[in-house]
Design a protein around this ligand. Structure first.
Ligand code: S3P
Length: 439
């Protein structure tokens, strides 16, 4: 069901302390590894967004026992040696690219037939990037377009491969590694640019001997299969990609001063924070601590006068999901922010490169695209437009953040997708003093 929403300049500065919701990437992985493992995995802080609930349902369909015990507290009893079983009905990933690609990788290791579907956005996204290495390993799929809906027609008895993904993608890396768990021999993945390493870290926590060797360019990751996973406890840290919207709001509304608590500080995810510091943001990380195998911190953010900078393409893997909101922040900076190497944004939940430019232009901001480069020149933001969000949660939230700094309100056609990654977005924004209208 579509619900439109609107944001406008708050009358007073934003203030207060907020808890960041659980990390989406880690939440998917906790459920999937829990369902592969022998024994019962206890998860706390799980993100209860729609994408994750789809993954929980998928794990049930493959035969794991998945129970919600309370707010963010979940228990997964995995299949262990019995292996995943054939789901009775098609597995529906909804809007979730991460769920889709990781689960297709893990399921390829089993001798089962599975049909997969997703929503309109996910069905337009490329799945060939995971099907190609899985086919190289011996899995077979019924699909004409390498897009959803598609079916695994043969899995199990895979052969170990050495694979170098053509794109920097943690999803592709993870799909190959998860398939490698149930494959005889050494599965080797050469990653040219380092992407988020949650799969590697969590496999270690589940007792897998996964080896990472740095190379001149990137790293080589190896797994000797088949290997059994042992259930463990997972504490999910706060999602830096969700924190980004709260941080953006505080940077853009004059006089604001907020603390965003429990944010994961992982080098493979913190690119935005570094860029904002280079732009002159008051953004301080305090109270560093270890939690659930990751470093977390509380981020203190104050409204700041920012300057435009050039963000080179080597930043992309560490902030791939943050460009729409960075472009919104750039609309308030002095000068031009040039963001290079954004080709991958075209294949996210929507074409975020074109979508970001359209959102900004419709609201009177100077934004241009040249190849894979987006340039945004900051200044006065007239606002007043209704933005099409195209089934994309991050585009929806980015547009609403823009409206906090524009002269006229910004509207979005559909806020429902926000629940895929950040179900409490409207509540947390209200907690810091930005009340957004939803109708
Ligand atoms: C993710 C990897 C990234 C990111 C996505 C989450 C993950 O996708 O955009 O939101 O959890 O592995 P790619 O692997 O396509 O870059």
């Amino acid at each position: 069901m579509n619900a439109s929403a609107k944001s406008k300049k708050p009358n007073t500065p934003l203030s207060g302390r907020v808890q960041t919701p659980g990390d989406k990437s880690i939440s998917h992985r906790a459920l999937i590894l829990g369902a592969l493992a022998e024994g019962t995995t206890e998860i706390t802080g799980l993100l209860e967004g729609d994408d994750i609930l789809r993954t929980a349902d998928a794990m049930r369909a493959f035969g794991a026992k998945v129970k919600r015990l309370g707010d963010g507290r979940w228990q997964v009893t995995g299949r262990g040696e019995r292996g995943w079983r054939t789901p009775k009905t098609p597995v529906d990933f909804g809007n979730a690219g991460t769920g889709a690609r990781l689960i297709m990788g893990a399921a390829a290791g089993y001798n089962i037939k599975v049909s997969y579907t997703g929503d309109a956005s996910l069905s337009s996204r490329p799945m060939g990037r995971v099907l190609t290495p899985l086919r190289d390993m011996g899995a077979e799929f019924d699909t004409k377009t390498d897009k959803l809906p598609l079916a695994q027609t043969k899995g199990g008895k895979l052969v170990a491969i050495s694979y170098t993904p053509p794109h920097a993608s943690a999803q592709v890396k993870s799909a190959v590694l998860l398939a490698g768990l149930n494959t005889e021999g050494t599965t080797e993945l050469h990653e040219r640019s380092l992407t988020r390493d949650h799969t590697e870290n969590m496999l270690k926590a589940f007792g897998v001997n996964i080896v990472r060797k740095p190379r001149e360019q990137g790293q080589i990751i190896t797994i000797d299969g088949p290997v059994a996973l042992k259930a463990t406890k997972v504490k999910v840290p706060g999602d830096p990609s969700s924190a980004a919207f709260l941080i953006a709001a505080a940077l853009m509304v004059p006089g604001s001063d907020i603390i965003v608590e429990n944010v994961m500080m992982n080098d493979a995810r913190s690119g935005l924070f570094e860029v904002l510091n280079e732009m002159g943001a008051f953004l301080r990380a305090d109270n560093y601590r270890r939690s659930g195998g990751e470093t977390i911190a509380d981020l203190h953010v104050k409204h700041s006068k920012l300057r435009g900078i050039t963000v080179m393409s080597d930043r992309v893997p560490s902030m791939v999901d943050e460009y729409p909101v960075l472009a919104v922040i750039a609309a308030t900076a002095r000068g031009t922010t040039v963001m290079r190497g954004l080709g991958e944004l075209r294949v996210k939940e929507s074409d975020r490169l074109t979508g970001t430019q359209k959102m900004l232009r419709a609201n009177g901001v100077d934004a241009t695209i040249d190849g894979d480069t987006l340039s945004v020149t900051g200044g006065h933001i007239p606002g007043g437009a209704k933005v099409k969000t195209r089934h994309d949660h991050r585009m929806a939230m980015s547009a609403l953040i823009l409206g906090l700094a524009s002269e006229k309100p910004v509207r979005i056609d559909d806020a429902s997708m926000i629940a895929t990654s950040f179900p409490r977005f409207f509540d947390l924004m209200a907690e810091i003093g930005a009340s957004l209208d939803i109708s």
